[in-house]
Design a protein around this ligand. Structure first.
Ligand code: DAH
Length: 346
């Protein structure tokens, strides 16, 4: 009998319970009236009276152990149950959390749109250096040394020689440098647009920045006239801006074009009635343009008697400002997602 008791001690001590079902099995085997311990108590009657007391004590110890273990196991199973209940329910029918993807920067969107419009009418895309020599940024474009026209564009110099601009290196102030590089290396017909960054020594404010983007355009071939310039830019404005946008060419001056014109469109904000953006005039300037000066064509080794052409240049920030009513240039570089998210899906 004592051996049986010992074996059951062992069994209880090694018992583990991980679920409600196993807890119930434990109860049935050791605690319930039909369990092994009750059976042992019943067996007490058959034991000689002299030993009964000692065995009875052993059995009571066993009964207490079984009860203690049972209490501990039920606590454990309860804890497991509550932690499973407090976990969020999994609803497998829910759509997955959307993958947050970035959006395209408004300047990228507008640059791509401009490229698309010009590519459709036969322009290709060209590129040139941002660190440039004085010759490509100024000299070849007819800015004579010490000419006041150079003051139109406040230049960041990388390397500046006193009294001799020809050796200067600078951050390009416009994308017109790429016109020169193209004409030097290609035979007409040349029909390209050249998007890129430009730099000017300006204090950063809502209206000015020391780094911005331009798109330059050039078309050089036989018999290219001012009408071609007008047609091309009319087409561009019609494609990019709202239907009904008006366009006008206003006489202007650039050292590298003759004649030169600035291109205005009717204000996108007030529709031409007059507002803060257009300074009450109803018109806003979007680009400079003109017929490429024969001297510039000759500077690049092309015969200006055989070839003529037009060129234009526009600021991408400016076009974006008009198209999407962005009133502060600094928004483009601050990376504020509240601003950037507004261009999602455009
Ligand atoms: N380079 C000029 C600027 O930055 C813009 C410009 C005007 C470009 C006339 C041209 C042009 O190609 O023909 O202000």
């Amino acid at each position: 009998m004592l051996e049986n008791v010992k074996a059951i001690y062992e069994e209880i001590n090694h018992y583990t319970v991980a679920s409600k079902e196993q807890l119930e099995q434990f109860r049935m085997r050791f605690i319930s009236r039909k369990g092994v311990i009750t059976e042992l108590f019943e067996g007490l009657k058959t034991i000689p009276a002299a030993d009964r007391r000692a065995v009875g004590q052993e059995l009571n110890g066993l009964k207490n152990l079984a009860q203690e273990r049972f209490d501990a196991f039920s606590q454990h199973v309860d804890d497991q149950q509550t932690s499973a209940n407090s976990a969020p329910p999994v609803d497998l029918t829910l759509p997955t959390v959307p993958n947050l993807t970035g959006t395209q920067h408004p300047l990228t969107l507008v640059r791509q749109r401009i490229i698309q419009i010009f590519e459709r009418i036969g322009f290709n895309v060209a590129d040139g250096p941002e660190i440039e020599s004085d010759w490509y940024n100024f000299g070849a474009l007819n800015f004579p040394d010490n000419h006041p026209a150079r003051d139109m564009q406040d230049t960041f110099f990388v390397d500046k020689k006193d009294n001799d601009p020809s050796g200067d290196m600078l951050l390009r102030t416009h994308t017109s440098n790429v016109q020169i590089r193209l004409m030097e290396h290609q035979k007409p017909p040349i029909r390209s647009i050249m998007p890129g960054r430009v730099y000017r020594n300006e204090t950063i404010s809502a209206r000015a920045h020391c780094m911005f983007h331009q798109v330059e355009g050039i078309y050089i071939d036989r018999n290219v006239g001012f009408k071609d310039l007008k047609d091309t830019l009319y087409h561009f404005v019609k494609e990019l801006f709202e239907p009904g946008t008006q366009i006008r060419f206003r006489p202007s001056y650039f050292p590298f074009t003759e004649p030169s014109a600035e291109i205005d469109i009717s204000c996108q904000i007030c529709g031409g009635k007059g507002c803060n953006i257009c300074k009450q005039s109803g018109w806003v300037e979007i680009a400079g343009s003109g017929m490429v000066d024969p001297q510039v064509i000759a500077n690049c080794g092309i015969d200006p008697d055989e070839y003529t052409g037009f060129a234009f240049g526009m600021g991408i920030e400016r076009i974006t400002q008009l198209k999407y009513v962005v009133n502060d240039l600094r928004l483009y570089t601050e990376n504020d997602v509240r601003f950037l998210r507004q261009f999602e899906g455009l």
